[in-house]
Design a protein around this ligand. Structure first.
Ligand code: ZN
Length: 306
């Protein structure tokens, strides 16, 4: 595997304490995997209140881990959003569609990253969803509520699709996530007649195999992407940050809908990824979001691919 990177810096962001950091307007990293190429495309980043992610962890415990990443006492977390693009033969596969314009002003910028690669939405042959959260799904429609990736076959796990399109969901989801339910249902309704729904273990595209990683959402899927004798895993959000998810995968993450299932998925997956020295791409890992899990006794650390 060979990694090359291009980035463009535009705009600045102010952090607590007056520090000014440049933000990437777009970024991509290209990884050669067998006969294919894998790019991560920046969609921008999220701005999350600390408590949305860390409310269920005692503050001192969380800060002890976050201090190693310069994030102790941070009131907000700014996770990057990396879409994975896979090109092999005539397939142009985009994993997740990004936030689009209606979620957060700091996200929904993947078109700039695609543009930099000389790609238009019409060039994408397949959109493969890891799950139905806004930062993964909401970018799928254009301003006229038509599919933005007009020539693409869309794919989503059957369980995930059934969850977000259940008419009873708005009555049962946490009130602060009602917008997630309404937003997902509206978009999936447009895709419903043509979307490919699949189960764990399905090879949905030649070389792309679905792998159930439930818990973050009820039907969350990761994907093994193989070409020749090389393989990389597209994680989605089942390992959703580079700090606590690796250092203490057994701790709860407020963005997971089913904490116990998410913890079981995360701990088992990290063990497998570390033992097999598997390269993976993580949606919210620091851009470009590609690396490995290194075992440190009972815990792990994220090692970005150099
Ligand atoms: Zn998510």
């Amino acid at each position: 595997m060979k990694l090359t990177r291009r980035t463009a810096i535009s705009g600045m962001i102010a952090l607590a304490g007056g520090t000014i950091l440049p933000r990437l307007a777009w970024a991509n990293a290209t990884l050669t995997v067998g006969s294919g190429t894998l790019d991560t495309l920046s969609d921008g980043h999220l701005v999350l209140p600390r408590d949305f992610v860390l409310a269920d962890i005692p503050k001192a415990d969380a800060d002890a881990v976050l201090a190693d990443f310069g994030l102790a006492d941070a009131d907000t977390l700014l996770p990057d959003c990396n879409l994975t693009l896979w090109r092999d033969g005539d397939r142009v596969v985009l994993f997740d569609a990004g936030s689009g314009p209606d979620f957060m002003p700091t996200a929904g910028h993947v078109m700039a990253a695609m543009d930099a690669l000389g790609l238009a939405p019409e060039d994408v042959t397949d959109i493969v969803f890891t799950h139905g959260h806004p930062d993964h799904l909401w970018g799928v429609l254009d301003d006229f509520d038509e599919p933005l990736f007009a020539n693409a076959q869309h794919h989503m796990g059957q369980i995930e699709f059934d969850y977000w399109t259940d008419p009873g969901l708005p009555d049962t989801i946490l009130p602060e996530r009602l917008i997630f339910a309404v937003g997902a249902a509206r978009r999936l309704e447009v895709l419903a007649d043509t979307i490919n729904l699949f189960a764990d273990g399905a090879e949905i595209i030649p070389g792309v195999t679905a792998r159930a990683t439930f818990g973050h959402t009820p039907g969350h899927m990761s994907f093994e992407v193989a070409a020749g004798d090389e393989m990389i895993v597209v994680l989605g959000d089942c390992i959703a940050n580079h700090h606590i998810a690796f250092a203490r995968p057994d701790w709860p993450n407020g963005s997971d809908q089913d904490t116990a299932t998410a913890v079981a998925t995360r701990t088992a997956l990290l063990e497998q990824l570390a033992d097999a020295d598997t390269v993976f791409a993580g949606f919210h890992l620091p851009t470009p979001g590609i690396g490995r899990a290194k075992r440190l006794g009972e815990t792990y650390e994220f090692v970005a691919l150099a």
